[in-house]
Design a binder for this molecule. Sequence first.
Ligand code: NI
Length: 223
Amino acid sequence: MIVPIANVLDAETLGKIRELLEQGTFIDGRQTAGWHARQVKNNAQLQSGETARQASALIHQALARSAVFNAAVRPRHIRPMLFSQYSGGQDYGAHVDDALMGSGESLTRSDVSLTVFLGDAESYDGGELVIEGTGGEQSFKLDAGSVITYPSNTLHYVAPVTSGTREVAVTWVQSLVRDPAHREMLFDLDTARRSLFQREGKSREFDLISKTHANLLRQWAET
Ligand code: NI
């Protein structure tokens, strides 16, 4: 399930992040890619440190406030954000994200990958995030403050940026619900029961869907 979510970051948060990024140092993105992704990764990335930590925390806080993000992803652990810039023809060729990231206490299984768009779609050409699926490729280029979440088990790439600069933050989430199909069923049930509640309040039908939603979550969640 690929879920684009608009307006996760408001203008104020975007402004703060942009200020932080201006203070930071960008280095060759190959340094944080896995050994095979390194061959196709061609971008600049904010050096880790206090600036990156502060900018990452702002996005984590915004994600925590997003009801849609929480219902779609069911985060157990969200890794620190990586901030990337693509310009002058840079791209990130087809790759699959590492299944395990970090080590020790911070060891994370990547279930969901996410991209946060920090600049407006009109401010650069190219730079689409393209996700391969059984039905073909799907291409995404969202406005500043929007987030796209997609299963980490896909092949995906970033098309070359032919003018302007593509600024994004990316990270990976270990979900409480490992199976993407289970996550989708929970998300659909949750969406349906919320819309039912809007329409008719706390009806008998709402209670029964809520019960099933809670019981499936109880069955599938790994805490
Ligand atoms: Ni990737």
